[in-house]
Design a protein around this ligand. Structure first.
Ligand SMILES: O=C(O)CCC(=O)C(=O)O
Ligand SMILES: [Fe+2]
Length: 315
């Protein structure tokens, strides 16, 4: 039985003038869900099912290309700093959890196509064009645009209200957000992503529909399967929001164990604030620098190899 909650974005959007706490029942539910699970399905989000299908099909075709072509778009070919936030990562190229070891999965990371800048985590991705991987870049960027306009602002407003702030409270921190937009290919039969937490504010995940789920989530002191629900997105809270709220909203541990005969493609978008912003932590009043945290957490994965987020705490 699937016991993870479903939130309706349409209902969440029914927001009264700013400054009022718990304007509607869905806002109240969002608060409870963030406290109890930090993981939920989002329905009524308005993103085209057809676009998601096209993006997944184009991604599968990309991952089926010969290794020497995919490697032309590897992290070592990227110009964004750190280069570990962009490009193709081959099988066993990333380790989310030391105990699980390097993950048998392939990845491509892209970002928002802003002109190059001196700021970390921003700038253009070296990505295959239409001749190499038809529809790959174009469908991903179109999907990203839909997420940026149809989902992220409303989720941020919902979270702000849930936390007792006015609806536009997060806006100044998100006028140029950072998105680490990832597509993952899990080969058939034995692939996985080790137990971890995500690093950003929250993650927006598109997963293919399979009758048997591969994603497992740790919530309410137990690991449970996250059933696939057609056309629903998955939202899970990340470490940045946990830090911001001083542990009120806790990042949700999860893992992928994929044993099916078919390959699996998933598309998580990790959402971060403006990279050069600074926020004041709830309760403590401590000043937190976004760039510092992001670089520290990226170093943990790619330099120290201690895993993603709270990976080391997880059983
Ligand atoms: O593939 C999935 O369903 C989740 C992947 C994931 O948790 C991640 O990349 O952080
Ligand atoms: Fe994750």
């Amino acid at each position: 039985m699937n016991s993870l909650p479903i939130i309706s974005l349409e209902k969440l959007k029914e927001i009264a003038p700013s400054g009022v706490k718990y304007q509607n029942r869905e806002q109240q539910r969002l608060y409870d869900v963030c406290l109890e699970h930090g993981f939920f399905y989002l329905k009524d989000h308005g993103i085209s099912t057809e676009l998601v299908r096209t993006t997944i099909a184009a991604s599968r075709n990309f991952f089926h290309l010969p290794e020497e072509i995919k490697k032309q778009y590897g992290q070592d070919k990227q110009t964004v700093y750190p280069n570990t936030c962009r490009g193709y990562i081959p099988l066993y190229g990333e380790m989310l959890n030391q105990k699980a070891g390097p993950d048998p999965k392939e990845i491509f990371d892209l970002g928002i196509e802003r002109p190059s800048s001196n700021l970390p985590f921003t700038g253009r991705t070296v990505i295959p064009d239409e001749t190499v991987a038809p529809n790959f870049a174009s469908s991903h960027y179109q999907l990203q645009e839909e997420v940026l306009t149809k989902v992220i602002p409303h989720l941020l407003r919902g979270l702000a209200i849930a936390l007792g702030y006015s609806s536009n409270w997060f806006d100044p921190y998100f006028d140029e957000p950072v998105i680490i937009h990832r597509v993952i290919y899990y080969p058939p039969e034995q692939s996985l992503a080790g137990k971890h937490t995500d690093l950003g504010m929250f993650t927006i995940l598109f997963q293919e529909y399979f009758p048997t789920p591969s994603l497992r989530v740790y919530t309410k002191d137990a690991w449970i399967d996250a059933m696939c629900i057609e056309d629903a997105l998955i939202i899970n809270l990340g470490d940045m929001l946990q830090i911001w709220t001083n542990n009120l909203f806790v990042s949700t541990p999860h893992e992928v164990l994929h044993n099916l005969q078919q390959s699996r493609v998933s598309i998580p978008l990790f959402v971060y604030p403006n990279v050069d912003s600074v926020f004041v932590q709830m309760e403590t009043g401590q000043t937190i620098n976004i760039t510092e945290i992001m670089l520290k957490k990226y170093n943990a994965i790619w330099v120290d190899k201690t895993g993603s987020g709270r990976a080391r705490e997880l059983k």
